[in-house]
Every structure is written in C-alpha cells, then in structure tokens.
Design a protein around this ligand. Structure first.
Ligand code: HEM
Length: 183
C-alpha cells in the first residue's frame, strides 16, 4: 500500500480527533508512522491501524474504513482537482475511476495496487459495481463514493448484495445516487 494512503489516514484522524489520537494509534500498533507518499508499505499496517482505531474509538473497523474514505475525498479533491472538475455529478466521476483516475494514480505513484471495478447500469437506474481485491477494502470504496457524492452535493445509498467478507468471490454493490446532500 502506498504511503499516500497512510498520509491521508493521519490527516483525517488528526483533523477529527487530534494528534494525540494518531500518536496513540502508533503506540498501540508499534508502527513508526513515518510514511512517505511514494513509498510502499505492507497492507497489514492499514489493517493494524484500523484495528487500533476501532478499539480507541469504540467503532467497528469497517466503519472506520468507510469514514476514512469519505473524509479523504475532500483532501483528494484539493490535491487532484482535475479529476473532479471534469464531471458535474458523482456518477460519471465514479465511472471514471477505471479509465482515468486509477491509471493516473499508477503513473503518479509507481507500484500502486489499484483495483478494477465492473460497472453496469441497472434497469431501475442504479449502478451495479463489482469489486474484487485481495485487500478486501470494499468499505473504502463505499466511503470514497459517499465522499464523491457529498462533493457534488448528492447523497448515496448502497445495497451490498454480495461481499468477499461474507465468503462471496467478489463484492457486488448496488449504488443509488440522489441529488441533494451536504458536503
Ligand atoms: C470513487 C472513486 C474511487 C474508488 C471507488 C476508489 C477505490 C479504491 C480502493 C478500494 C482502493 C484500495 C486498493 C484495493 O482495493 O486493492 C484504492 C486505492 C487507491 N486509490 Fe482509489 N478509488 C477512487 C478514487 C480515487 C481518487 C480520486 C484517488 C486520488 C487521486 C485515488 C487514489 C488511490 C490510491 C493512491 C490508492 C492506493 C494504491 C496503493 O496503495 O497501492 N482513488 N482505491
């Protein structure tokens, strides 16, 4: 996992809970916390930090991961405005992840392990998203999508129809975008 992910996690945890909570997570995990954005670090570090945050904040690790994704989006929008300004709503932004965003991420952060999503339009107007990754970070995706919806003043609901955490071979998530929503 690239250091940028840990940099973002530090920033959102510090903004929301203060530096002392980030330091406490490092103490609890025994990690040094010195991540450079372009460096590559074991995926387990993220797992360890999420577990420590779950204990410290008395919140399930999956919820922390989703919150992290949502809270990171405004920071990504500030750093990479062109990904966002190219679209006027969340759906086309999300659909650009395979074709534009993640390929650019791989150029900016050589060695980045980004997932590929299967998207299909459902007859009821919702978007079906298939996700498969050995890291099983489906809830990070949900957070990113919620954060993107908030950026475009929309809200989202999800139906997690299949999930790798429930033993399915991949995640299948039905996404509904609704206009209106607080940033
Ligand atoms: C809604 C849009 C997006 C979704 C659903 C999404 C989803 C994900 C997920 C789930 C991962 C974890 C890796 C894995 O699952 O194996 C990931 C990795 C990553 N994504 Fe995205 N992403 C989105 C947009 C973005 C944007 C806007 C950026 C920033 C420019 C970004 C940058 C990254 C980076 C740097 C990684 C880490 C790669 C690594 O550590 O090797 N993503 N993304």
């Amino acid at each position: 996992m690239k250091g940028i992910v840990f940099n973002l996690l530090e920033e959102v945890v510090t903004d929301a809970h203060g530096e002392q909570v980030w330091d406490a997570l490092l103490d609890a995990t025994g990690l040094s916390g010195s991540y450079t954005s372009l460096g590559s670090y074991p995926d387990e570090h993220l797992e360890q930090l999420l577990q420590a945050a779950a204990s410290a904040l008395d919140t399930p690790p999956g919820e922390i991961l989703r919150w992290f994704g949502k809270a990171a989006m405004p920071l990504l929008a500030k750093r990479y405005p062109s990904f966002f300004s190219a679209h006027r709503s969340a759906r086309p932004f999300v659909l650009s992840v395979n074709s534009i965003i993640h390929p650019e991420v791989r150029k900016l952060y050589p060695g980045a392990d980004v997932p590929f999503f299967d998207f299909s339009d459902e007859p009821d107007g919702t978007l079906l998203m298939g996700y498969r990754s050995p890291r099983k970070l489906c809830l990070l995706s949900l957070g990113f999508i919620e954060g993107a919806a908030a950026y475009y003043h929309e809200s989202t609901t999800f139906e997690h129809l299949e999930c790798m955490h429930r033993g399915d071979s991949c995640c299948q998530i039905k996404i509904t975008f609704t206009p209106g929503g607080a940033r």
